[in-house]
Design a binder for this molecule. Structure first.
Ligand code: ADP
Length: 852
């Protein structure tokens, strides 16, 4: 390219027309090319050309290439930049185009356009001298003060930038090494300038003019930066402690004050964080750790992964409520009213909660057992927890422990792990923002265990009042005082709560509800809540008590009220649709509204038209009276009933008896079925039974065999040896559910006695009790739930062990009135009560007193 002393660009240049961005000499620009002429230029000149010369093109700014090559070429900007195409990248998506990387060489002026197609070519005159870029000749005498002034501003500007960024350091060096004439162009393309300003610089052909135009731009940028730094700098007098630290740092680590200034700006956020740490009320130990960490953070480059980790840690430390608490406002009388208002029934639980709160108030500390509500789902355990928080005026937070099997879920991960985070307790505290919330540890009975440690052990530390004032989360690694937190636990059963944990808790049983209680709960609490949630009013929907009873008995079978609540929700949804449809139609009152008489949901108006009876859409017209939910409506909305009273049907043949079982979900009635067939005396048991239950079955068979003569029990061939040539199959339906426990003993005996005697067991009797080989009936647990289940199922007589008589006191009077209880201490009494007319014992018939 060098020709003689002066380096010359070709006198004929192909022109690339650009519209966005202005390329200045000495700078580089990426530009996208997709118009026909420009594409042609790239294809035939840049991609096909082989010489260096062919890569030099003229870039004309401010001129867009026409979208079609048939269109006239617009008037071209007079001055352009000769450029070297450094890179061409082609792509077909979203449409064919090239991306060019071009470096500006010098200005040129178009003398004459030589051709327009396939791409424009012009005869040009070079305006800048190219050779100045290659020698170090300084021409201060030519430019004098102007150039000196420009240089100073440029240096000032560059030094305001972050020198630790390599590009900035390089720029600083370039300022000294480049010829001053090149600087205006280069700096204009670096600093924030508009295209219009760049265009003016390009058009400024005289160097002096260029300097003059660029200096104001530099000054503007410097002022802007200054302003920015001022707003980001914290006010020094805000916190004297920060001022105290900074000089130290300067002296100790970085002697150069100029460099220190810059680093300070860099660490602006860190300084803010440090300030927050110092003003937060964290414990002394935590403050020490935080200050150490922040010191490390200051020395760490931001790009280090540990930077973010440490920062997150510090931010959490600042956010934690070390000393922030809500003020307890406990007034026992108000608490009683609130608990009564929020919850119907559950007297025992409410009484115990009030006692607990009263002691707390008197003692003014929280040491004491942790309350644990144990009961089937949906009986209001969680909602009582929430009420307690409300009575105390404390924040409430629920921690679901179901399925938690990793102790770091409770205690957090150590910070050495990638993605480490604090445990649920610390997270909960962060969420509520105070250090004395009510934490509800939901489902402690469902804690798991795994290789990652035992979460129950971690919970022990949390719950133990002797230890929890210095609970150390692995992530925090400093102690946090949990002694102000009020913990309440819930569980469905105590059987699976780890013993050590159980030991620290006071168990309060929350049994299921009777039908009457459920109806009351539904009408006092659930229905009003559902109406509100669905935007309905009592003027729009009416659910009579018989309907609620229907839902309870025929659509749900549960100890709590959760399904009932859901069903009520479904009804409200359906009604909401009708009401909304009705409101829509109200605006077009040209149609009449007629309802099916029995459906009770719709209403007849005076101008009823007969044809609308068949139009089911019209059934949804706006109700002037509440939509009454009767059984038909119920069937429409919820579908056919899911549960029917099937008891009498299933007891229509010998070998079936009804037992009562207890499950974590409440009591249940359980049909035990037995059949016999020819065989070799084997006993088959099905229905996923546990070992204890299998043993009960063997016990029952043995007792019956030894008493076969007494009760006249025979096998199919009339022999008293019941298993002679006979196999027995015992089945406990709902085969998918695992069952265990000794309480089915009496039921199995009754069922087999029915099978071998060929007599039917009374269809309205249910029973529970453990048996011994001598025929005694031993007490069992869960009597209240079992009795409620029998009551729900419509049974009338219940056989329970005599030693369970005391448990009946817990049962509501109205339930007790509906049922007859038979207390049995031996199997004779059970069998007598289970069969109509008693179960005759042959030799001693006269000595027996029937309990019926
Ligand atoms: P759990 O925690 O025992 O599984 P929840 O506390 O979630 O049950 O209760 C389910 C729903 O039933 C809640 O909406 C609650 O308000 C309601 N509920 C349960 N028992 C009662 C009651 N005795 N009085 C009023 N509402 C109740």
């Amino acid at each position: 390219m060098a020709a003689g002393s002066a380096i010359q660009i070709p006198s004929r240049l192909p022109l690339l027309l650009t519209h966005e961005g202005v390329l200045l000499p000495g700078s580089t620009m990426r530009t996208s090319v997709d118009s026909p002429r420009n594409m042609q230029l790239v294809r035939s000149r840049l991609l096909k050309g082989t010489s260096l010369r062919s890569t030099i093109i003229g870039v004309i700014p401010n001129t867009s290439d026409p979208t079609s090559d048939c269109d006239e070429l617009p008037s071209l900007h007079r001055i352009g930049t000769a450029a070297l195409a450094v890179q061409v990248v082609g792509s077909n998506w979203p449409k064919p185009h090239y991306t060019l990387l071009v470096t500006g060489l010098c200005r040129f002026q178009i003398l004459q356009l030589l051709k327009e197609k396939p791409y424009p070519v012009a005869e040009v005159e070079q305006l800048d001298r190219l050779e100045q870029f290659t020698n170090q000749l300084k021409s201060e005498e030519e430019l004098g003060e102007l150039s000196e002034q420009f240089y100073k501003y440029a240096v000032q500007l560059v030094e305001m930038l972050d020198m630790s960024v390599p590009a900035v350091a390089k720029l600083r060096r370039l300022l000294d090494n480049l010829p001053r004439e090149a600087l205006p162009d280069i700096l204009t393309s670096i600093i924030r300038t508009s295209n219009q300003e760049k265009l003016q610089i390009l058009d400024a052909v005289r160097l002096e003019e260029r300097f003059k135009m660029t200096i104001p731009l530099l000054v503007r940028q410097i002022e802007g930066l200054k302003l920015l730094q001022k707003t980001r700098k914290p006010k020094q007098d805000d916190d004297k402690r920060i001022v105290a630290i900074r000089p130290n740092r300067r002296i100790n680590h970085i002697p150069s004050t100029a460099e220190d200034e810059e680093e300070e700006e860099d660490h602006d956020d860190v300084v803010m964080l440090e300030k927050k740490i110092r003003t937060s009320s964290m414990s002394e130990q935590a403050l020490k750790v935080c200050l150490k960490e922040i010191k490390r953070l200051k020395k760490m480059p931001q790009s280090m992964p540990e930077y973010a980790l440490t920062r997150n840690y510090l931010e959490l430390m600042v956010e934690l409520p070390w000393n922030k608490s809500t003020k307890d406002r406990l007034e026992i009388r108000a608490a009683r009213i609130l608990l009564d208002n929020d919850h119907y029934a559950m007297e025992k639980l409410k009484k115990r909660v009030l006692e607990y709160l009263a002691v707390r108030q008197l003692k003014n500390n929280l040491k004491g057992p942790i309350l644990c509500f144990v009961g089937p789902p949906g009986v209001g355990k969680t909602s009582v927890g929430r009420s307690i928080a409300k009575t105390l005026g404390r924040e409430f937070h629920r921690i679901a422990l179901g399925g938690v099997c990793d102790q770091s879920d409770i205690r957090g991960h150590r910070r050495t792990y990638v993605g480490s985070m604090p445990g649920r307790i610390i997270n909960g505290l962060k969420t509520v923002g105070v250090n004395n919330p009510v934490f509800l540890l939901d489902e402690v009975d469902k804690l798991g265990k795994s290789l990652q440690g035992d979460p129950a052990a971690a919970l022990l530390e949390v719950l133990d009042p002797e230890q929890n004032h210095s609970f150390t989360d692995h992530y925090l690694n400093v102690a946090f005082d949990l002694s102000q937190v009020l913990f309440i636990a819930t569980a469905n059963t105590t059987a699976t709560i780890p013993p050590a944990l159980l030991d620290r808790m006071e168990i309060i049983q929350v049994p299921g509800y009777t039908q009457e209680e459920k109806i009351e709960i539904a009408h006092r609490h659930l229905i009003p809540k559902q109406l509100e949630q669905h935007g309905l009013t009592p003027q729009q929907i009416q659910i009579p008590q018989v309907t609620t009873l229907d839902i309870i008995t025929r659509y749900t079978r549960e100890a709590g009220v959760r399904s009932l609540d859901r069903k009520l929700g479904a009804i409200c949804r359906a009604v909401a649709v009708k009401v909304a449809e009705g409101q829509h139609k109200e605006t077009k009152p040209d149609r009449a509204e007629v309802g099916e008489g029995e459906d009770c949901k719709e209403h007849v108006t005076e101008d009823a038209k007969p044809e609308s009876i068949t139009d089911t859409a019209d059934l949804a017209l706006p109700p002037e009276m509440p939509i009454l939910i009767d059984f038909h409506a119920l069937k429409d909305i919820l579908g056919p009933p899911m549960y029917e009273t099937e008891v009498s049907e299933r007891l229509s043949q010998p070998g079936v008896a009804i037992g009562l079982a207890w499950t974590p979900l409440g009591g249940e009635i359980m049909f035990v079925e037995a059949s016999r067939m020819d065989g070799e005396g084997q006993l088959t048991l099905t229905g996923q039974l546990g070992d204890v239950m299998k043993e009960s079955a063997h016990l029952a068979i043995s007792w019956l065999r030894s008493n076969a003569k007494r009760y006249q029990l025979t096998n199919a061939s009339g022999s008293f040896d019941l298993l002679d040539n006979t196999d027995i199959h015992l089945h406990f339906p709902a085969g998918a559910v695992t069952k265990d426990g000794p309480s089915a003993g009496v039921t199995i005996v009754t069922c087999l006695a029915s099978l071998f005697s060929g007599r039917l067991v009374c269809s309205d009797v249910a029973m529970t009790g453990e048996i011994t080989l001598r025929g005694l009936v031993l007490p069992v647990g869960g009597i209240k739930d079992k009795v409620l289940a029998a009551h729900r199922a419509g049974l009338k007589r219940i056989i329970i062990p005599r030693r369970n008589e005391k448990d009946l006191e817990e049962i509501a009077v109205n339930v007790r009135q509906d049922l007859t209880f038979v207390m049995a201490s031996c199997l004779d009494e059970v069998l007598n009560a289970a069969f109509d007319g008693g179960f005759a014992v042959k030799p001693r018939v006269e000595h027996l007193n029937s309990k019926l």
